[in-house]
Ligand binder design. Structure first.
Ligand code: ASP
Length: 450
């Protein structure tokens, strides 16, 4: 049995859904179909999830919601009418959209989660109706009935492990089950979503729960590329990569497959196949536990992300001060802040953070509290910080990769602010200024792939 997930662009219109239908019909093993909300139909279009976020905000602020409601209904209507789905099946979908503000929610965070989740929920109901209309033996399966229970974090939930025992009951389904991605329910029955792009996570959870032989993840690119295709024309496609490589690359910005979705796949050793809905015959990219080494390419992929910032601090004899690290980490812990890396020298220390966790006020508080605790000579935050990752299983046991990378960057006059080849032998991390990041990626690509 295969679990097959379609992203928003694969479900953006009735024309796209026609391709989805053909893909599902082409393989009897494709019994679990996970769907995103309808995505962008063209550049500049708005995803249904983003329309629902607008709708939720307008509801919270008691603003007029007529235009946004009509825009959301239009998206489902176009798909339904394209397949002649009977009005009796479409009307409840439209009514649910109109009635979202009338439901009761514990607070605005749950309201927001419920609004967002309806992008997937209603789309799965519609896709199930389209499949039935086209003669497939298909039905909608709600995450609640499937047995998916998540932690009580409305916009960043995690699966609770006991859900897998419930999901196992759905193994070997004869019928095609159409399941909405992105959300499930907490123990109180309230809707909580995963983080953005989280339908990939649902697909992986279902795959693990029903012990699928494969998790096919259909998107709108032929493969995962070795580098961001907007930086390098026709970059090398990655035919195979390991789970670890994918995790490290998605950490630094590879967004084709959600990094949290890898965990359930790893736990049950399920091969993930990223494929293109618009070109389903292309083999795509396989993500699995091991892969054949490719002696020609020590590097599998290069990524960069500017979503980091750093806290620099300098203090004479910092290396000799007992308990300094603990004092800083306690302050971070008190503010529920995690850190990414902490390279240090004799008198200096840099702490790198995911900057989404911070606000200007919080930064001021942290600087004040750390200053009181350890009395540094200098301390400041900087946001001009990108992390570049060079990742490849073949880098293990290879000599000279660091030298080639550093030389390529130096030849392009790129200043390195941090280098980390720490715990993982399959990646090297560079800290560079935001302005240099794209050029650095291109320089590394030329060195290792051209
Ligand atoms: N529709 C959700 C989002 O836009 C989840 C997903 O597409 O995976 O984030």
């Amino acid at each position: 049995m295969k679990v097959i997930k379609f992203g928003g662009s694969s479900l953006a219109s009735s024309q796209q859904l026609q391709k989805v239908l053909a893909i599902v019909e082409a393989d009897q093993k494709r019994k679990y179909v996970i769907v995103s909300a309808p995505g962008k139909r063209f550049d500049g279009d708005t995803k249904v999830t983003d329309l629902l976020i607008q709708y939720a905000r307008q509801t919270i602020h008691h603003q007029d919601t007529q235009a946004v409601t009509a825009a959301i209904i239009d998206r489902y209507a176009e798909i339904g009418h394209g397949f002649n789905v009977p009005e009796a099946q479409l009307t409840p979908i439209f009514e649910t959209i109109r009635n979202l503000p009338k439901q009761s929610y514990a607070d605005n965070t749950y309201l927001m989660a419920a609004f967002k989740a309806h992008g997937e929920r209603l789309n799965a109901q519609l896709v199930a109706a389209v499949f039935q209309q086209s003669g497939l033996n298909a039905r909608y399966l709600d995450p609640k009935d499937a047995g998916m229970v998540v932690t009580d974090v409305p916009d960043d939930a995690q699966i609770i492990k006991s859900s897998y025992d419930q999901l196992a009951k759905w193994a070997n389904s004869e019928q095609i089950l159409v399941i909405p991605g992105f959300f499930a329910y907490n123990r109180n029955g309230q809707i909580c979503t995963f983080s953005r792009g989280g339908s990939d996570i649902t697909g992986a959870i279902i795959a693990r729960g029903v012990h699928a032989e494969r998790y096919e993840n259909f998107t709108d690119v032929d493969a995962i590329y070795a580098v961001n295709p907007s930086l390098v024309a026709k970059p090398a496609a990655i035919s195979e990569m390991t789970f670890t490589e994918m995790r490290e690359l998605s950490y630094a910005g590879f967004s084709v497959f959600h990094d949290e979705a890898l965990i359930p796949a790893i736990e049950d050793n399920i091969t993930v196949n990223v494929k293109n809905t618009n070109h389903p015959e292309a083999p795509g990219t396989l993500i699995q536990s091991t892969r054949e080494p490719n002696p020609h390419y020590p590097v599998t992929g290069i990524a960069s992300s500017s979503s980091f910032c750093s806290l620099y601090l300098r203090k004479y004899l910092l290396n000799k001060e007992v308990g300094l690290g603990r004092k800083i980490l306690t302050i971070l812990e008190n503010h529920h802040i995690s850190y990414e890396h902490m390279p240090s020298g004799i008198d200096d220390l840099t702490i790198i953070f995911d900057e989404h966790q911070l606000t200007p006020e919080l930064e001021k508080t942290l600087v004040a509290e750390i200053s009181t605790a350890i009395n540094p000579d200098e301390i400041y935050f900087t946001h001009d910080y990108s992390i570049l990752m060079l990742v490849g299983e073949n880098m293990r046991n290879r000599v000279g990769i660091m030298s080639r990378a550093a030389t390529a960057l130096a030849n392009d006059n790129i200043k390195l602010i941090m280098v980390n080849q720490g715990a993982s032998e399959i990646s090297i991390m560079f800290g560079v200024h935001d302005n240099d990041a794209d050029q650095a990626v291109i320089a590394l690509y030329k060195e290792f792939f051209d």
